[in-house]
Write a protein that binds this ligand. Structure first.
Ligand code: ACM
Length: 521
């Protein structure tokens, strides 16, 4: 089932009460779609209503050397609904084309692009395949939403005319999926990857281990997955990824220009490991399995050498199957680890990550330790003062911004939201869009921000529809905060652009929350 949940009665009443100015609702001049409607908002966009381009059965996709993968991906996006062959060719030889070109443009960096749509064709230029991929995501939004249909639609296919010059404000725009509290199968993760990629998200953080379940095969500690993976919150079915399945997810993400960052949360949030292997407990006794949603009660045994053998084995195996630079070592809510032990643990574990050629990222509590400058603390508190995070920023560490009261996708929209939690805040669409990463934490300005990430914790989330309902429409807002220039930030303009995304989500089968704050078309 992919039907959107009904808007609550209260929401319907308030929408009616607010009413819509008739002129705005029926404005005949507003085109169905435009380069100025793209989400995330581009750096600059200029519409040209006389420059619309029509796809036909004769259109080709021309690709420079190095652009073939993106060209094939684009072809895969456009073929099902158009039914056109859209062959990928090295040069178009005068035939109308969508041309993907690689070059050297100092304005657009590694992920930027320049897109020009005119009557004779579409030209997309970038410095890298990443940039072409992000440009393709903008191009998709210039086509009718029916372009995402899985079967042939008999209609005209007009790409809205104009030009875009675009590049990201921050290097990292991430989403996190907690596959530990509830397990999501590889195909569900891939579905989410496709959904987030269209908003230029470039990082997927997988929360692979927590108190309620361990989700990744570790060959040297096999029972972590086969026993520790059996459980999930509320006694729901567990599961785990074999290393092969994990590598397949990582490769799929890479094909969408998304880097996977795997997380093993420690020294707390470790009950699944400690209920599976007795030797990970200071008294040598396995703790009972836990499937409730308490936090802060578990801790690895900091004084025991076997703890570091365990960490070394896990990090070694995970590093070997993770091409990205970063491993996430958790570090949050270690309330059962005395502060001095916490620092000891960090001092021993961070060099293990380095030994296997990876860099450290972790929840912002890791900033209490002396971090290498390459380490990225992920800030998840409510903003304001945080001494250790500010000190890390002053030493040159970049900070990833995931404020729980704005960016946590598991927060309820309103008190009636059937899923999610409310311990950080109720986060309506406007709230999720209403913050700035560079003025959130004292001492962490534009230059110290690595980017943004929208985490989705899954204590109450069980299905792909649940994921979609919490992520949409908030995830595009976090993506825009991470990608778009601050000067474009404007709720009234954003909510109108966001409304135009809805037909795409309907076609894609995304079960989104129809917030009364947005005039959905
Ligand atoms: C967290 O929400 N404990 C990172």
């Amino acid at each position: 089932m992919r039907l959107s949940r009904a808007v609550s009665t209260a929401a319907i009443v308030s929408l009616t009460a607010v009413g819509l100015p008739a002129a705005a609702a029926a404005s005949p001049a507003a085109p169905e779609r435009s380069v100025t409607d793209v989400v995330p908002a581009p750096v600059s966009a200029k519409a040209d209503p006389r420059g619309d381009f029509k796809l036909t059965p004769f259109t080709v996709i021309s690709a420079d050397r190095g652009a073939g993968q993106v060209a094939d991906y684009l072809r895969g996006l456009l073929r099902p609904a158009t039914g056109y062959p859209l062959p990928v060719v090295p040069r178009s030889w005068g035939v109308p084309a969508i041309s993907l070109q690689l070059g050297h443009d100092a304005r657009i960096g590694t992920e930027g692009y320049e897109l020009k749509v005119g009557r004779d064709g579409v030209s997309l230029k970038a410095n890298t395949a990443d940039g072409l991929f992000e440009g393709v995501q903008s191009l998709r939004q210039l086509l009718p939403s029916a372009i995402d249909a899985k079967r042939v639609q008999h209609r005209t296919w007009t790409v809205a005319g104009g030009s875009i010059l675009d590049y990201p404000r921050f290097g990292e725009r991430g989403a996190m999926l907690d596959v530990a509290r509830h397990f999501f199968k590889p195909d569900q993760v891939k579905l989410y990857i496709d959904q987030i990629a269209q908003y230029k998200i470039n990082t997927l953080h997988l929360h692979l281990a927590d108190d309620q379940g361990w989700r990744i095969e570790i060959k040297s500690w096999p029972k972590l997955a086969t026993v520790g993976g059996k459980t999930a919150v509320d006694g729901d079915p567990g599961g785990y990824y074999t290393q092969k399945q994990y590598q397949d997810i990582v490769a799929y993400a890479a094909s969408r220009h998304i880097t996977v960052i795997p997380e093993i949360d420690m020294p707390g949030h470790t009950n699944a490991a400690q209920s599976t292997y007795a030797e990970l407990n200071c008294d040598g006794k396995a703790v009972p399995v836990r499937t409730d949603t308490e936090v802060g009660y578990s801790s690895l045994c900091i004084s025991s050498p076997i703890t570091y053998k365990f960490v070394d084995d896990v990090v070694r195996e995970l590093a070997a199957i993770t091409p990205g630079q970063y491993l996430h070592i958790g570090g949050d809510e270690a309330h059962a680890t005395p502060p001095a032990d916490y620092l000891t643990f960090q001092q021993k574990v961070q060099p293990i990550v380095a030994k296997y050629g990876k860099k450290v990222t972790g929840w912002h509590e890791i900033a209490k330790s002396t971090l290498p400058v390459s380490a990225v603390p992920q800030y998840w508190d409510f903003g304001g003062d945080n001494e250790s995070v500010a000190a890390a920023a002053a030493r040159g560490n970049k900070i990833l911004m995931s404020p729980a009261n704005y960016a946590y996708l598991d927060m309820k929209y309103n008190p009636e939201t059937p899923l999610g939690q409310d311990w950080a805040a109720l986060v309506e669409v406007k709230d999720g869009y209403g913050w700035d990463p560079a003025s959130l934490v004292t001492g962490v300005g534009e230059k110290q921000v690595a980017g943004v990430e929208a985490p989705l914790w899954t204590e109450t989330i069980r299905t792909s529809d649940d994921i979609e309902y919490m992520a949409f429409p908030r995830l595009p807002g976090i993506a825009e905060i991470g990608w778009s220039p601050k000067s474009t930030h404007n709720w009234d303009a954003y909510r109108q652009r966001l409304a135009k995304q809805a037909p795409r989500w309907v076609t894609q089968g995304i079960d989104f929350y129809r917030s009364p704050q947005v005039d959905w078309k």
